[in-house]
Design a protein around this ligand. Structure first.
Ligand code: GDP
Length: 204
């Protein structure tokens, strides 16, 4: 099996392709970043899940087509604030960035301008990563504080793939990551993506 780093050129020979991508999940505290990642990697929602250390990344392998396997390295920036010293380092070599807000918290949506600016700064002079906008906590739709038009406007203006999800119910969570994996590897997205394995890597 051939191993490739962040390329999207599917070869025509019969050997399977193996791609590796880094995805960073950004957004204000409590929007549900850790919960989304945990739901994706372990299909679990834990109310008391908390970061105990600075940064975690999780690796999940997906078979996204008979010929293409993708290892997604998903980074949870945990307690890092937008002013954190290390944050630029985490962002600058990512292939995709997920900007996350809580649909019941308008400020968390407004603050995405700042998170976006941080990404733009980290990639200054370089090609921007694939970017997604995720409105999380759709199970709390009755408490929605951000209208659809604002969400769509922000996504369109900044060329972000648009999603709504709920880490609590799991709705659309896999879709976000599978879709990004497919876009990054240049494979047409199919529903029958399968998980191959998961590993969690933590360091202080
Ligand atoms: P982070 O600080 O962005 O990583 O947010 P967490 O993942 O720690 O979640 C913050 C709080 O929001 C926790 O109490 C979670 O249980 C809750 N939460 C996360 N995702 C959802 C969701 O989709 N729906 C609901 N109702 N609560 C959520």
């Amino acid at each position: 099996m051939k191993k490739k780093e962040g390329k999207s050129d599917a070869d025509s020979d019969d050997e399977p392709d193996y791609f590796q991508y880094k995805i960073v999940v950004l957004g204000d505290g409590t929007v549900g970043k850790s919960s989304l990642i945990l739901r994706f990697v372990e299909d679990y929602f834990g109310k008391s899940y908390k970061q105990t250390i600075g940064v975690d990344f999780f690796v999940k392998r997906l078979q996204i087509s008979p010929k293409v396997q993708v290892a997604l390295q998903v980074w949870d920036i945990g307690g890092q604030s937008i002013f954190g010293k290390m944050i630029n380092t985490y962002i600058k070599d990512s292939h995709a960035v997920i900007l996350t807000y809580d649909i019941t918290n308008y400020n968390s949506f407004a603050d995405l301008q700042d998170w976006l600016r941080l990404v733009q700064k980290a990639f200054e002079g370089k090609k921007m990563p694939v970017m997604a906008l995720v409105g999380n906590k759709t199970d709390l739709f009755h408490l929605q504080a951000v209208d659809l038009k604002s969400h769509k406007g922000f996504a369109d203006t900044n060329k972000l793939y648009s999603f709504f999800a709920s880490a609590r119910t799991g709705d659309q969570v896999n879709m976000v990551f599978f879709k990004l994996a497919a876009i990054l590897s240049g494979v047409e997205f199919k529903k029958e993506v399968v998980q191959v394995s998961v590993s969690t890597i933590s360091f202080a």
